[in-house]
Ligand binder design. Structure first.
Ligand SMILES: *[C@@H]1O[C@H](CO)[C@@H](O)[C@H](O)[C@H]1NC(C)=O
Ligand SMILES: *[C@@H]1O[C@H](CO)[C@@H](O)[C@H](O)[C@H]1NC(C)=O
Ligand SMILES: *[C@@H]1O[C@H](CO)[C@@H](O)[C@H](O)[C@H]1NC(C)=O
Ligand SMILES: *[C@@H]1O[C@H](CO)[C@@H](O)[C@H](O)[C@H]1NC(C)=O
Ligand SMILES: *[C@@H]1O[C@H](CO)[C@@H](O)[C@H](O)[C@H]1NC(C)=O
Length: 591
């Protein structure tokens, strides 16, 4: 006798109860008996008023809705001793009076179960999943239980004692499962899409053969509790607790994972940076996708065996280093908040073979150019290059592929810029020493972000260049000298002007160009005349907008008094007067 010989599954496999020998009370004329006819299919000529249908001891291997759709009075169906392998309860959707269903002695491996509130007695005993030898697998999917008065303990006990290697109970709203009484034969458990909580398998020492545990889409909340659950599972290799409600915010709480655990899926939970304090020491593949991680703490416990780390869809501001992960080979940081990735990444992570870093809001600046060069050098280590790597900032470059983004070397290399500047200057002195006196042709050079060009062109320039005591401005685009590079033109502009005016706004701060212009004006300021620098604050700049490395700009902002552009029309006349005073045209130079 197999373990299920007397067990009836009640209300859609949701409870096992002992068969009470309840005999259907039906009239003889409504009985259709096709037992032992060597049938391979359900006959098409069954009288439509049949209430009791005996199809036992045949060779039927599959069922379909069309075979039962017309039997609207069917109450008892005996399909025992056939060759059915898969069963979708949907085939009985139209048999709303069906109460007794005998499916014992078949080859059923997989059960798809729809809502069956009407089915009172179901026998699934002696199927493949309970046979000795051969396959030992049972899958129940989409179980809907509408009858709540059964003994749940008995149900869980029956499932947990099943002598199977593999059990799947999928999408069944199952809130609990018991720890097997004796050492269990389970190697694979898949309870995805249920209502299981942190209480599952706590202090459970009998799941010692379990290798794969899949608990996706349940209601787990505590990462330490999940770790304790695994601690007795000595063979556990793979754990999937993705799409739960897991969090771990108190690093004081200890975690204890199965040492055998090598693959862990914690994706789509509510985990933060603290998760790195609660990970299995021997993990090789770790999925932390779609959590709330902002950085990988530097002083994290070492995960010596970690080869694959997925941190996509988090809130990382930079690439993590490999300090804690000496064996890391694959890293995914797609869809984070990385503006300018660390360029020394491949140096600190020598074993990384693939970095999946696309779909970040890249800021196309000089520093990013180093990253682009890195791609050229690293030889195809960037997964998704070039399509997934696109500029997000500054706005004028939004949408441009990093592959197509270039800045002149001069623009990004301060040393080179200084050398060029000095050379230009020396050449000027050498070529036209007598013209040095007349070298200053302009009153002021203006620097601004392209985004603020409308204000400069419509307000500043007309106001300063027209009227009494007009100011001559050097604007590098307008006073462009062909044959010279942009940088040389800017340098020339600065050199030929008494003053340098900077139009400050958050846009300005975003622009690398402006930064270098300012840098040079600043040098000139200290090397030659003082007070040659004028700052106009067009829009307030919140301090956090200024990148930390803009020390000079920060210092200037802190030290200098700047002229603030007033939004109120009535105050603007005073602003122009102050600006003119700063440019110091009291001498009344001519246009
Ligand atoms: C159908 O006939 C078989 C004998 O051929 C009998 O054993 C079985 O009980 C009958 N089924 C019903 C429901 O009367
Ligand atoms: C189905 O048929 C088998 C074999 O004839 C019999 O043992 C069993 O009791 C029947 N079940 C029902 C519900 O009639
Ligand atoms: C399992 O354990 C429970 C509680 O200890 C006990 O009542 C039950 O009889 C046991 N079942 C089996 C099949 O050993
Ligand atoms: C878990 O079971 C479901 C339903 O059978 C299946 O679709 C899914 O692939 C299984 N998951 C794993 C990781 O085996
Ligand atoms: C900057 O330019 C100088 C002079 O050509 C060169 O020696 C230096 O290596 C460059 N620096 C970088 C970071 O490219």
């Amino acid at each position: 006798m197999g373990p299920f010989s007397n067990i009836q599954v009640f209300a859609c496999v949701c409870t096992f109860l002992l068969w009470n020998n309840i005999q259907p009370s039906v009239e003889n004329e409504f009985i259709a008996n096709y037992s032992s006819r060597l049938l391979t299919n359900v006959p098409k000529t069954i009288p439509v008023r049949t209430q009791v249908l005996d199809l036992s001891h045949n060779r039927i291997s599959g069922l379909s809705t069309s075979e039962f759709i017309s039997l609207s009075d069917l109450q008892v169906l005996n399909l025992s001793h056939n060759l059915i392998t898969e069963l979708d309860f949907g085939v009985f959707f139209f048999n709303q009076d069906l109460e007794h269903l005998d499916l014992s002695h078949n080859n059923i491996l997989k059960v798809y179960c729809l809502t069956l509130a009407y089915l009172r007695h179901l026998d699934l005993s002696f199927n493949k999943f309970s046979a000795l030898g051969s396959m030992k697998v049972l899958t129940l999917e989409h179980v809907r239980n509408k009858v709540y008065y059964f003994n749940q303990e008995l149900l869980y006990r029956q499932f947990s004692e099943m002598p199977l290697a593999s059990l799947t109970i999928f999408d069944a709203s199952m809130p609990h499962m018991l720890c097997p009484n004796r050492t269990s034969s389970f190697q694979y458990l898949n309870f995805s899409h249920n209502a299981l909580t942190d209480e599952l398998f706590q202090n459970c020492g009998t799941l010692t053969d379990l290798k794969f545990l899949i608990l996706q889409r349940n209601k787990f909340e505590s990462l330490p509790k999940v770790s304790f659950m695994t601690s007795g599972m000595k063979s556990l290799k793979f754990l999937d607790v993705s799409s739960n409600l897991l969090s771990y915010d108190a690093p004081a709480e200890r975690c204890r994972w199965a040492e055998s655990l090598s693959e862990l899926d914690l994706s789509s939970n509510q985990l933060t940076d603290a998760v790195f304090e609660c990970l299995p020491v021997n993990v090789q593949k770790l999925d932390l996708q779609n959590n709330q991680i902002t950085s990988v703490p530097r002083r994290t416990a070492e995960l010596k065996s970690l080869r694959e780390l997925n941190l996509a869809s988090n809130r990382l501001a930079d690439l993590p280093g490999c300090g804690g992960f000496p064996s890391l080979e694959f890293l995914n940081v797609e869809m984070n908040l990385i503006l300018t990735p660390l360029v020394d990444f491949f140096e600190s992570c020598p074993r990384v073979r693939e970095l999946q870093g696309g779909h970040n809001p890249f800021k196309c600046s000089c520093e990013l150019q180093a990253f682009v060069r890195l791609e050229r050098r690293s030889g195809g280590k960037l997964f998704g290059w070039p399509g997934a790597y696109v500029c997000e900032y500054p706005e004028e470059l939004r949408g441009r592929r990093l592959e197509d983004f270039h800045l002149a070397e001069l623009a990004c290399n301060t040393t080179l810029l200084l050398v060029t500047w000095t050379q230009t200057k020396r050449r000027a002195w050498h070529d036209q020493p007598e013209e040095q006196e007349g070298v200053l042709q302009f009153h002021a050079f203006i620097s601004y972000s392209e985004r603020d060009a409308p204000w400069v062109k419509n307000e500043l320039m007309p106001n300063l260049e027209r009227g009494e005591g007009c100011v001559q401005l050097c604007q590098h685009e307008r006073n462009f000298i062909p044959g010279k590079s942009i940088v040389e033109n800017i340098i020339t502009c600065i050199e030929k002007s008494y003053r340098s005016i900077f139009v400050l706004s958050p846009n300005f701060v975003q622009s690398e160009w402006c930064h270098y212009e300012l840098y040079f004006a600043h040098h000139k300021l200290f090397s030659e005349t003082s007070n040659s620098l004028i700052l106009i604050l067009l829009e307030p700049i919140p301090p956090y907008v200024i990148p930390a490395r803009y020390h000079k700009l920060k210092a200037l902002m802190a030290k200098r008094t700047y002229l603030e552009w007033p939004k109120e029309k009535s105050k603007q006349a005073l602003f122009w007067a102050n600006l003119r005073a700063a440019i110091n045209l009291a001498g009344g130079q001519r246009c």
